[in-house]
Every structure is written in structure tokens, then in C-alpha cells.
Unconditional design. Structure first.
Length: 276
């Protein structure tokens, strides 16, 4: 694996890891979700399985994770910094490395939201040629349990200055108050709205990039299938597909050994079909 640091527009260094420097197939950027880093794609073998299917795999660490810079003080960074600063820098570096080869993005949970946000900001100049989101829900029709959870998570992050994911055994990395808090606010309010007023979901209605949404049949709280379907229904792409992985829950879409026989083959076949 080859690791480099990529400088974002606000001067932050974020980690980018290439699984195989000799790979020549379509390039795929993998974006982790909350409470984790690039190693989540290695633990269950997801990244290696995609490489075996002919893809040039790149793994990112969003700011405050893995090999990337840490937040210098509480409440300095926002979730939209992942979208508007980290993702464009990472995609641009990969594009510089692979040239005209097709470039796709796979994001899990919050990583899918980041990829979709970058797609929305790109407008007619989409930064990727295909997009896959694993367990990434839309923010509408949350229901009382999910709405209460989002509100409570936001309150914890704001009161403590970070969301204590390690203490709560949600994952290996805590999240910054405004990073996690802004994302939860979008779920509470039912809109993905940046601080400058940009409406990511509205902009996605005009997206043309092929999109695959994947949900876990047993993901009943974080990203239930009906919530993931919201993105598929709302995105403007003429090529958009939806797959519900049987028996899998939210983290299982990446980490469960059964994903090797369900999620990975479906995603790989779809990517090869749209990227060549």
C-alpha cells in the first residue's frame, strides 16, 4: 500500500492510500463512515475483494481520522468540510494520478453522504463517473425513534465538544462536535443544507452520474431500506439502481463476511457495467 497526504483548500492534510500501485482498471475511492477510518475497508476484506475484481482501489481518511490532521480545537470543523474540502481534494489527486481512466466512489453511511454532497456541488462537472452509497439514508420521514436518536446524538456532541464514539463503543474514532452535530441536524430538519444555503438534496435532482444505493435488510435503525430508497428516488440520474442486501445490518454492509457473497459482487458487477 502506498500512502500520501493531500492538501485541502483550507490547508488541512488528509490521508490517501492506494492499495496497488500497479493496478490499471477503473479507479475507485472508498470513503469511510463516522467513527472509523480507511482501515474499515481492510478489516472485512472489502477493499481486497474489489481489487481482485479488477479495480484500482484508493482509501481515504477524512479529516480527524486515520493519517489525516486532527481538529486543532473543538468546534472548528463542520460536516460540510468533508464534502466541500476533503472529497474534492481527494478526487482531484486520484484524477491526477490515473488520468482519463474511469473514476468511481463508494461511500459507507456518512461517507456516502459526503460523496453525494460532492456530486451535488460538482453540478455539470461531476467529479466522479459513478457513485455507490452503502447504508446512506435520506433525511426525510425519520420516524420518532430515529428522530429522537439524531436529536440526542447532536445534543451529546454539542455538550461535550465531541461525540464520544469510543466510550460508547460505536467505533474507534470520536467525531467533532460540529462535524457530527451538523450531520445530525440535517436529519432532524429533513434537509441537507450547508451554512452558505446550498441545498445538496435539491442539487442532486439535477445529477446525471450513475448511482447505486445499497441497504441492509436488517439495518432497522441507522439506515433502513426505505430511508436509503429516498436518495435513489430523488437523484436525477437516468441510471440509478437499488439493492437490499439480505441478512446484513448497518456495519455489516462492509464488515460482515457475508458481504463478500452479496454486496461486493453486486457492487462490482454494477461498476463494471457503468464504467467498463
Amino acid at each position: 500500500m502506498i500512502t500520501e497526504l493531500v492538501r485541502t483548500s483550507d490547508g488541512i492534510s488528509v490521508g490517501l492510500h492506494r492499495l496497488d500501485a500497479g493496478a490499471s482498471g477503473p479507479a475507485i475511492l472508498l470513503l469511510h463512515g463516522a467513527f472509523s477510518g480507511h482501515t474499515v475497508w481492510l478489516r472485512g476484506g472489502f477493499a481486497s475483494l474489489l481489487r481482485e475484481r479488477g479495480f484500482d482501489i484508493w482509501l481515504a481518511d477524512l479529516r480527524d481520522h486515520g493519517s489525516s490532521d486532527r481538529e486543532p480545537a473543538p468546534r472548528r470543523w463542520w460536516f460540510e468540510d468533508w464534502i466541500d474540502r476533503d472529497a474534492p481534494a481527494l478526487l482531484a489527486r486520484i484524477r491526477d494520478r490515473v488520468g482519463a481512466r474511469p473514476l468511481g466512489l463508494i461511500g459507507h453511511s456518512a461517507g456516502g453522504t459526503v460523496g453525494l454532497g460532492a456530486l451535488a456541488r460538482g453540478g455539470a462537472h461531476a467529479p466522479m463517473d459513478a457513485m455507490v452509497a452503502l447504508g446512506t439514508p435520506g433525511p426525510r420521514h425519520m420516524g420518532p425513534v430515529r428522530l429522537l436518536g439524531a436529536w440526542g446524538f447532536r445534543a451529546i456532541a454539542r455538550s461535550l465538544g465531541r461525540f464520544p464514539a469510543r466510550a460508547l463503543k460505536f467505533g474507534g474514532d470520536d467525531e467533532g462536535a460540529n462535524v457530527f452535530g451538523q450531520w445530525m441536524s440535517w436529519n432532524v430538519r429533513g434537509r441537507w443544507l450547508s451554512r452558505d444555503g446550498f441545498d445538496y438534496l435539491e442539487a442532486l435532482t439535477r445529477a446525471a452520474t450513475p448511482y447505486l444505493g445499497v441497504a441492509g435488510a436488517r439495518d432497522l435503525l441507522f439506515s433502513p431500506p426505505y430511508a436509503c430508497r429516498q436518495i435513489v428516488d430523488g437523484i436525477g440520474s437516468s441510471r440509478k439502481d437499488f439493492y437490499i442486501a439480505p441478512t446484513l445490518n448497518h456495519p455489516g454492509l462492509v464488515l460482515d463476511p457475508r458481504a463478500a457473497d452479496t454486496v461486493v459482487p453486486r457492487v462490482a458487477e454494477w461498476l463494471h457495467a457503468v464504467l467498463g
